[in-house]
Design a binder for this molecule. Structure first.
Ligand SMILES: Nc1nc2c(ncn2[C@@H]2O[C@H](COP(=O)(O)OP(=O)(O)OP(=O)(O)O)[C@@H](O)[C@H]2O)c(=O)[nH]1
Ligand SMILES: [Zn+2]
Ligand SMILES: [Zn+2]
Length: 229
């Protein structure tokens, strides 16, 4: 089964891009499915259902969404195989910009939204930096100059990635993306696989549910801001 990881900030257009792209792939007779990772809630399952695409949803709740991803993706992969999918897409919300849902050897896609501002490519961490492809949505509502600066900033953060502008509503640009996705890496198992980026650098009491503020409640690895006296 082919596996493609798609990550991007909330509401950037991931589901729209996936739907428009998979449409072209389904037209070629490929059986596709989606696993959606989100934090608190998602309506995406209904959207994929309505499009006739098998979908599995995981809600990470109080877990870091990317840690939740790493600890579940193997089981989700097995689900995709049981569903006899040829190609499975994982969609994750990417709320934690310190982590990334991308796996070595498998096609990884970062979706960014032109509307989010030209500094966004500098703020999105490994999710953008370790992606093979960057799909940029909502170019229809910004100027050509903004689109160019945005693409330039993406190249600064990730010089190797292929950048594809795509309209999540009309689907313009999705065919080009589908041609790349059709050639995505395929494997029988994720066993022995590795993430592209290690997470996290800190494990502290707050990771384990602490809510109280104060030095005496801070255990584990913490980092302090250097503040001039
Ligand atoms: N104008 C415009 N709107 C878009 C485009 N792509 C997506 N949208 C709209 O942006 C909104 C969010 O799109 P989604 O595809 O749900 O975004 P998402 O990243 O999957 O959202 P979450 O999974 O909830 O984080 C929807 O209202 C889409 O119709 C685009 O290229 N242009
Ligand atoms: Zn994490
Ligand atoms: Zn994280």
């Amino acid at each position: 089964m082919q596996l493609i990881t798609v990550g991007g900030p909330p509401s950037c257009g991931k589901t729209s891009v996936i739907l428009k792209t998979l449409k072209h792939i389904v037209d070629d007779g490929v059986r596709v499915g989606v696993v959606k990772f989100d934090c608190l809630s998602t309506q995406d399952a209904e959207t994929f259902d309505a499009a006739g695409i098998p979908v599995l949803t995981g809600i990470s709740a109080n877990f870091c969404p990317d840690h939740y991803f790493v600890t579940n993706i193997e089981d989700c992969f097995a689900w995709g195989q049981r569903e006899k999918l040829d190609l499975m897409v994982s969609e994750s919300a990417g709320l934690c910009n310190r982590c990334a849902p991308h796996i070595k050897g498998f096609l990884s896609v970062c979706v960014l939204d032109n509307l989010s501002g030209v500094n966004t490519p500098r703020k999105v961490g490994p999710m953008l930096k370790t992606a093979d492809m960057v799909a940029v949505t909502k170019g229809d509502i910004v100027s050509q100059a903004e689109r160019e600066v945005f693409a330039f900033r993406i190249r600064q953060a990730n010089p190797k990635a292929r950048i594809q502008f795509v309209n999540g509503i009309t689907g313009q640009g999705a065919w080009e993306i589908s041609r790349i996705w059709k050639g995505a890496h395929s494997a029988d198992t994720l066993e022995g696989g590795r993430m592209r980026f290690s997470v996290p650098t800190a494990v502290c009491s707050y990771c384990f549910g602490e809510t109280r503020i104060g030095e005496e409640h801070q255990q584990g690895t913490v980092r302090k801001i250097r503040i001039p006296e």
